[in-house]
Design a protein around this ligand. Structure first.
Ligand code: PGA
Length: 250
């Protein structure tokens, strides 16, 4: 039985002071052992939020990482830097990074490799655009993103990766994929991981759905056989996040 995993992707929101206020609001509501909960916060919030989360079961996540170990990469943050301050998870290949910051399947693959070599758990994001969905190439696109992102990664390492299926047309738009649409793609992701590695790798893989997840649709989405939780943007900045974490009671 795979444990559910719900991550809040705060994106470029909350100064350190505001971040601590949000953590104080959410902490008592989402500190639970029934599901893995992660706050993926902006870089400058990582240290104060990490301190505020000590003694809870909420994990700390970053939203990006560079693929090199160190060096002349102005403005970048290395995996060792994240590891040293207590980061456990790192979002890699979010569609906003692919669309606005030039990330490609190749840089995503390098980032997954370097994160794994520092024992950071990648939350690898994949998903199709509206155009691709309308063209009927959703599964093909997502299969290819998964294959390229995991290229050269051993089965042992791949077993720790979390994959987030986020249809681009559903992110921040209020348009959620139906639970059947989301399930179909998440099942295809599990299948491709099975083909790349083994049935056991496929079975242990945790797959999140992301794109306008909220308190009202989490229970239905997370009840689907291949959906093991969510990557939550907008609703992770509000009390509503607690409803998503406790979806079973909603
Ligand atoms: P959203 O964002 O929940 O605001 O749609 C999801 C994401 O981008 O991870």
């Amino acid at each position: 039985m795979r444990k559910k995993i719900v991550a809040g992707n705060w994106k470029m929101n909350k100064t350190p002071k505001e971040a601590l206020e949000l953590v104080e609001l959410l902490k008592p509501k989402v500190d639970t052992d029934s599901c893995d909960v992660i706050f993926c916060v902006p870089y400058v919030d990582l240290i104060p939020v990490g301190d505020a989360l000590k003694g809870t079961s909420i994990a700390l996540g970053a939203q990006n990482v560079h693929f090199e170990e160190s060096g002349a990469y102005t403005g970048e943050i290395s995996p060792a830097m994240l590891k040293e301050i207590g980061v456990t998870y790192v979002v890699i290949g979010h569609s906003e990074r692919r669309a606005y910051f030039g990330e490609t399947d190749e840089t995503v693959n390098k980032k997954v490799k370097t994160a794994l070599s520092h024992e950071l758990i990648p939350i690898l994001c994949v998903g199709e655009s509206l155009e691709e969905r309308e063209m009927g190439i959703t599964i093909e696109k997502v299969r290819s993103q998964v294959k390229l992102a995991l290229s050269g990664i051993s089965e042992e390492q791949a077993k720790t990766v979390v994959i987030a299926y986020e249809p681009i047309w559903a992110i921040g738009t209020g348009k959620t994929a139906t639970s059947l649409q989301a399930q179909e793609v998440c099942a295809a992701i599990r299948q491709v991981v099975g083909e790349l590695y083994s049935p056991s790798a496929a079975q242990s893989l945790r797959i999140q759905y992301g794109g306008s997840v909220g308190g009202k649709n989490a229970a239905e989405l997370f009840s689907m056989g291949d959906i093991d939780g969510g990557l939550v943007g907008g609703a992770s900045l509000k009390e509503e996040f607690a409803q998503i974490v406790h979806y079973e009671n909603s």
